[in-house]
Design a protein around this ligand. Structure first.
Ligand code: SF4
Length: 81
């Protein structure tokens, strides 16, 4: 399954890392690492994480079938402030 986190929206609340720790991981206080190509077995956890995200930053299957430009380099991106 494909997922994208809009890191411009993400505020580092870490709800996703709590609900789907195999897919999302906080690095320090603000940087979110995630697997944009998560295993299908993680689907329920990812959907729960997406529902719990206070700013709806997690988009699931939004890029399925496309050559997701958004996933390139998304991993490891961090908040730049
Ligand atoms: S729950 Fe949403 S705001 Fe919080 S770290 Fe995850 S994507 Fe970012």
């Amino acid at each position: 399954m494909r997922l994208v986190v809009d890191l411009n929206r993400c505020q580092g609340y870490a709800q996703c890392a709590f609900l789907a720790p195999d897919v999302f991981e906080m690095h320090g206080e603000e940087a979110l690492l995630y697997n944009p190509d998560a295993d299908k077995a993680q689907r329920d956890a990812v959907l729960r994480a997406a529902a719990a995200c206070p700013v709806q930053a997690i988009l699931v299957d939004a890029v399925d079938g496309a050559d997701a430009e958004a996933t390139a380099g998304a991993q490891g991106a961090s908040h730049a402030r």
